[in-house]
Write a protein that binds this ligand. Structure first.
Ligand SMILES: [Cu+2]
Length: 151
């Protein structure tokens, strides 16, 4: 009887910090200042830029859109005086740190864009992240298209 009581007390102590943190809010990716570059006639690629934050450390693993066959995470680096794009499998988003995707830096590359994207269009993106425990979460955003040549 006494053991049951202490077990119950321990459960309450363990459970309360979990109850205090809303799981849904903690797993959601905060996407700000996002935009997608307009396509250049004859080209089927576009780039997406934004600032990403997360309340918990996560890795961005998948991005899908309603306008392209695929979306890849790309990094740009200067190699022997030439800017090169490198495909990243995942993008780490440490707790509370702003990760900025910008022209000339890390960006999302939309490939196989199905129709021309022009300023004023809206592109839906869905991000899938994985946290340290392997739990997946998805975040959906609508980003405006702006006039800018994809790199
Ligand atoms: Cu790229």
């Amino acid at each position: 009887m006494k053991m049951m009581t202490s077990a119950a007390a321990a459960f309450v102590l363990l459970a309360s910090p979990l109850c205090a943190s809303p799981a849904a809010a903690a797993s959601a990716l905060d996407v700000r200042d996002g935009w997608v570059s307009a396509t250049v006639p004859g080209q089927s690629v576009a780039a997406a830029y934004m600032t990403l934050r997360s309340a918990t450390a996560v890795r961005l693993v998948t991005v899908i859109t309603n306008v392209s066959d695929a979306a890849q995470i790309h990094a740009m680096s200067l190699e022997n005086g030439v800017m090169r794009m490198r495909h990243l499998e995942t993008l780490a988003i440490p707790t509370g740190q702003a990760i900025t995707l910008a022209p000339g830096a890390v960006h999302l590359m939309l490939t196989g864009v199905k129709r021309p994207l022009k300023p004023g269009d809206i592109v839906q993106l869905e991000f899938t992240t994985v946290d340290g425990t392997g739990t997946k979460a998805s975040t959906r955003v609508d980003l405006p298209v702006r006039k800018e040549s994809p790199r």
